[in-house]
Every structure is written in structure tokens, then in C-alpha cells.
Design a protein around this ligand. Structure first.
Ligand code: ARG
Length: 459
């Protein structure tokens, strides 16, 4: 039975009912809907709308419904238009007509916004934990792979040697910013919509400050029209989810490349690769390709909701029912991806020799320029001289390392034997010890900081 049958003569068209109903997805907010109703019944009692006895009866029924949700014993019926209708219908079955008093002074408009906010607040810690778990794997890898060198790339061209640990940690910090963003979002979710009524506020003397507190919210929304239509928190959540997806995608793309035979820096554990139905030799990095692909889908959830919100007239519009699916899907997507990526990286095999042998002397060209700078030559000139050395090596079909001292001295007399030390990649890495650089001591400091940060945001 719908909550609004009074003014209608005929039954709703079956297909229109299907379209209109949200129960197929908003049933995920069952527990939150009950919690909101428990708080509302208390607020109604304090406002003198319900007697203590009535409130006790409502509470008993609502508690029973809550446990039905928790133990998956709640049975939905086809007339349940949405989660709010379903709870009220069930409450009526349990405690009789008194159930009809619960909705006094309330609307599904302020109710649904409250439910979604509660749902997100309930679920954010799970997402935070899943992100933090991946971060702890990245830290662990950074610690265990500390001796491994790799070519660092820009434009996907070999650029300068770095520590593999430094690279692992480069994927830690974006996720840390995502955690920071989630933490910063929380107070904007923790705003009470309930008590806004349909749009204009509630005519009963509800103490919305006390109500906010009883639901764990920071404060009540200051404007009832805004309260029922504000979905900023959902959009912000989707932005963070999309950005997290983008971070995972970047990491994933690297793994896809580095596990290819052309790089062969990494190999996935069999548990995290998939085979080909045709080509028996293959081990495909599907989880990482899915991470890459789902980043696109996550961005779609954000743009979808933004498009829905754009240009809506004031207060509640049914368009707003479209907020829940993307929020749930974004959450589910990340919760499916994060643990798999974490475990796949934890069990990944690294081939240090392959990585190191991909470092060539040309990657120390910047060090060569710096060597000249150390001998008093202005960097711009040093850059040109080094470029000439690279050209000379190319012309001779040789490498920077293999050029003779007289080759070097033909470019500038300042060169001497000591130039060859420049081509040791470990030396190149060790020189980059300023804060945030790839030198082992800087990376060790970074690991320490990463651990502290992670402790702080997950502790
Ligand atoms: N199912 C609706 C939603 O998700 C609940 C609010 C309905 N409000 C209304 N005025 N029809 O948005």
C-alpha cells in the first residue's frame, strides 16, 4: 500500500510503479531508516506529540524491524514503494495503527536525505580501512624492495634512475590525500536533514539540535529547503571515489605495463592473473585492467549525478532519487577493487635484475651536467655540453659511459677521469637526498612519515 493513496482513485499503472519505486536499491538503507525513525519518535515524544507509552511501543516495533534487517529476515512486499514505505508497513503489521503516528511532522524528503547521510557515515570507515590496507601494502613493499633500482620515466621514456621503493610510495601519497578528503567530507555529511519536513520545516516543536546529536550529526541543516535538496555530500563522495579510482588506475596501468614481457619487471602471482581461452601461455593482468576500466565507470557516476543535480528547481524533486545508485555503486566498486589490488601487490614478484638492466648510462646525463656544474660551468652550458656528448655517443654507436676521456675533453677541457663515476646509478640515486628525493636515506624518512600518516588517518 502506498503512503499517498488518499487522493487517488485508480491504481498506479504497473510499469509506472516499477519506474517510480526505489525499493530495489534503497532497501540497503533499512537499518539507517529505522535509526532515523527511532530518533524521530523520541523527538516527537519530547515535542509532546507522542506519549511515552506510544513512543515505547513504536520503539519496540522499530527495534524488531531493525533486527529483521540485520538478520536478513525482513520480507518485502510488492507494494513497498521504497524503504520508508516498507518500514512503516511492517511497523503497522507489528504494532497496529499506532504505526501511523510515526510520520507526524516528517516527510520522506527529509527522511531519505537523512538515511543516505547515515548510510554514508556508516560505510565510510569500511572504505577508509580498505584504502589504508592498500597503503600498508605499498609501505610494506617500499620496505622490502629498498635495495632495488629501476628506471624512472617521464613521457614513458627512460629518464633517471630511482629506487623501486620511491616508486611504490609515489602511489601511497595520492591515496593518503583521498583519505584526507574523506575525513574532510565527513562533517559535511554529518548534517541533519530531518525536521525540514517536505520543504518548509516541521510545525511541531521538534528540538532539531537534540535530534541532530541523537543521530550523531554535528548540527541541523539551517534551511529546510536546502536540507531536502542538498546532495553536495553525495557529489563530493563521488568525486573522491572517482579520484581514488583515478589513482588506482594509474597504479594499475603501471602494473599492466611492468608485467608485460617487454618490461618484465614484475610478475603477478597466479592467484591474481587470468588465463586466455585460446592462448595457453598467457597470464593476463585482469584485476589491474579492471581497475583502469572502473576508474572510467566511477567518473561516470560523478558526472551522472552532477548532471542530475544541475538545473533542478528548489527543494525536493524526484530526480534526487537518482542519487543512491551511483553512491552505492561507487562504494561497491572501490570495495571490490581495493582488497584485490592490495593482495595482488603483496604477492607480486619483482625482478630486480631486469629493472636494473633497464637503466642505461644515458639516464645519468643529468648527473653528467651536474658534474660540470660542480666544476664551475653554468648549468645551461653544461646541459648543452652533455647534449653534445649524447650526440657524440649516438654517432659512434656507443654510450656515454663508453666515450673515451679524449672524446670528453674534445668537448671541454674540464673533464677528467672522475667523470666515469657519474654513471653509477646508485650514486645518482644517492645524490638525490634532499627531502622527498629518491636517495635511500630520504626514502627511509619517507617510509617513516607514511607510516605516521597512515596511523593518524586510520587510528
Ligand atoms: N524514494 C524517494 C527517494 O529516494 C524518497 C523520497 C520520496 N519523496 C517524494 N516526495 N516522493 O528520493
Amino acid at each position: 500500500m502506498s503512503l499517498w493513496k488518499g487522493r487517488f482513485n485508480g491504481k498506479a499503472d504497473a510499469q509506472m510503479w516499477e519506474l517510480n519505486a526505489s525499493i530495489s536499491f534503497d532497501q540497503r538503507m533499512g537499518v539507517q531508516d529505522v535509526r532515523g525513525s527511532l530518533a524521530w519518535s523520541k523527538a516527537l515524544e519530547l515535542a509532546g506529540v507522542l506519549t511515552a507509552d506510544e513512543r515505547t511501543q513504536l520503539e519496540a516495533g522499530l527495534n524488531q524491524i531493525e533486527s529483521e534487517f540485520r538478520f536478513q529476515k525482513f520480507t518485502f512486499v510488492p507494494e513497498d514503494e521504497d524503504i520508508h514505505t516498507a518500514v512503516e508497513r511492517r511497523l503497522g503489521e507489528l504494532i497496529g495503527p499506532l504505526a501511523g503516528k510515526l510520520h507526524t511532522g516528517r516527510s520522506r524528503n527529509d527522511q531519505v536525505a537523512t538515511d543516505l547521510r547515515l548510510w554514508l557515515l556508516d560505510h565510510l570507515p569500511k572504505l577508509v580501512a580498505a584504502i589504508a590496507n592498500l597503503q600498508s601494502v605499498l609501505i610494506h613493499r617500499a620496505e622490502t624492495d629498498l635495495g632495488t633500482l629501476m628506471p624512472g620515466y617521464t613521457h614513458l621514456q627512460r629518464a633517471q634512475p630511482i629506487l623501486l621503493s620511491h616508486w611504490w610510495l609515489s602511489h601511497f601519497w595520492p591515496l593518503q590525500r583521498d583519505l584526507d578528503r574523506l575525513a574532510a567530507l565527513e562533517p559535511r555529511i554529518a548534517v541533519l536533514s530531518l525536521g525540514a519536513g517536505a520543504l518548509a520545516g516541521t510545525p511541531f516543536p521538534i528540538d532539531r539540535h537534540a535530534l541532530a546529536e541523537s543521530l550523531g550529526f554535528d548540527h541541523p541543516a539551517p534551511n529546510s529547503l536546502d536540507a531536502v535538496s542538498d546532495r553536495d555530500f553525495a557529489a563530493e563522495f563521488l568525486f573522491i571515489a572517482a579520484l581514488t579510482g583515478t589513482h588506482l588506475s594509474k597504479l594499475a596501468e603501471n602494473i599492466v605495463l611492468f608485467t608485460s614481457a617487454e618490461f618484465a619487471f614484475f610478475e603477478l602471482d597466479d592467484a591474481y592473473g587470468t588465463g586466455s581461452s585460446l592462448m595457453p601461455q598467457k597470464k593476463n593482468p585482469d584485476p589491474f585492467e579492471l581497475a583502469r576500466g572502473k576508474a572510467g565507470t566511477l567518473l561516470g557516476y560523478l558526472s551522472g549525478l552532477m548532471a542530475t543535480l544541475k538545473g533542478l528547481p528548489s527543494a525536493y524533486d524526484k530526480d534526487l532519487q537518482e542519487d543512491k545508485v551511483p553512491v552505492f555503486q561507487a562504494f561497491d566498486t572501490l570495495m571490490a577493487l581495493l582488497p584485490v589490488m592490495a593482495n595482488a601487490l603483496r604477492t607480486l614478484t619483482v625482478y630486480p635484475q631486469r629493472m636494473e638492466s633497464a637503466i642505461d648510462a644515458g639516464m645519468m646525463a643529468t648527473d653528467l651536467a651536474d658534474y660540470l656544474v660542480g666544476r664551475g660551468i653554468p648549468f645551461r652550458e653544461a646541459h648543452t655540453l652533455t647534449g653534445q656528448a649524447v650526440k657524440l655517443a649516438l654517432e659512434k654507436g656507443s654510450t656515454l659511459e663508453a666515450l673515451t676521456l679524449s672524446d670528453y675533453q674534445s668537448l671541454h677541457p674540464v673533464f677528467d677521469e672522475s667523470v666515469y663515476a657519474v654513471f653509477d646509478p646508485r650514486g645518482s640515486i644517492a645524490r638525490r637526498k634532499a627531502f622527498g628525493g629518491t636517495a635511500p636515506e630520504a626514502v627511509k624518512e619517507q617510509i617513516k612519515q607514511a607510516k605516521e600518516k597512515l596511523q593518524g588517518s586510520n587510528g
